[in-house]
Design a protein around this ligand. Sequence first.
Ligand SMILES: Cc1ncc(COP(=O)(O)O)c(C=O)c1O
Length: 376
Amino acid sequence: MPSATMDDVAHEGSTATGHIEHLEHVLATHPRARLAQLPTPIHRLPNFGAQIGIPELWIKRDDLTGLEGGGNKTRKLEFLVGDALRAGADTLVTIGAIQSNHTRQTAAAAARAGMKCALLHFGWTEDAGPGYRSVGNVLLSSLMGAQLFVDDTPRPIEDQGPLDEFCDHLARLGHRPYPIPGGASEHRLGSLGYMACAAEIERQCHETGLGFDVIVHCTGSSSTQSGLLAGYAALGTPMQVIGISDDDETDIKRRRVHDLANSALAECGIDAVVDEREVHVVAGDRSVYGKADEQTFAMIRLLAATEGLAADPVYEGKALRGLQMLAAEGSFPPGSRVLLMHLGGTPALHAYASQFGSPHLEPFRGGENSASPPVR
Ligand SMILES: Cc1ncc(COP(=O)(O)O)c(C=O)c1O
């Protein structure tokens, strides 16, 4: 990890605006549907940072990308929806777990773009509680007008299931489907949204004089990390990007991030490469996809109680847990400025409510409480 002081970081880390403009220009040659409210804010997390031993901890709020519930897929979908409209498609089609943030953002993107949406949900994880099939993301997708399907065959998270067959079925019914792989990642345009995000972060750094030593975020389907790495490679700015796995499949993710980053650079005609040694994927909570351990739940509670922000147990809670682990291992030299990406997922929290235990409601009736109990 870099060990520069904060002043050095602000100076060394900033990217020349010419490089930022060049990357923005290259990305602008691809059709793009404007779906997100950008730039998303960056602010400090002083209380949570102090608690986990990272005094200079900052957060980028991609949970506030604009469509209901926010999240990272909105940035990716700007490029895929742009391509779908150019290709004359009328229906966005994708797959995910029942509480997938990706399927919900695809439903929202379709609604905004005036398209239809068909979502095929898989048994990638067991139902997390009684509301799993009725609240949170799946409720929002249904409100947004998506047609919802389910295939409960248990399958591993890496199995994309019968997406092509599903699209053929929709085509036979007269729709013009545009297939989007899980997490909008393994698609030739899937990494472009986070390449653009790298440019956005560097522009924000330029405007504020901030600079970051390391970016940390949750990695699942992998095009957030591949996009950031490809973006920084295109900018010519060295940046350490650490992905915290949403399960313990770190080798699969490392390979996928590497492949996706380099194919995105090739897609954009950018003469730069991401070396495999630059791809860092670690696991904190090694529970399988969709499950979380006690320390992850503890981190979710700590973030909420110290900063007033929510994180879900599937992705962002695991990122917090991994961040705490890295800090405890001494991975961030003193003075490091760390940027945590909040990639959304808050709607899924409600589907996991039963795993947090019931909120305690203390009775109070007017007129019956004359003696004041001690304040907690
Ligand atoms: C809230 C949240 N965080 C992190 C991720 C992981 O992002 P990616 O799939 O691009 O690796 C996802 C993707 O499913 C997500 O919904």
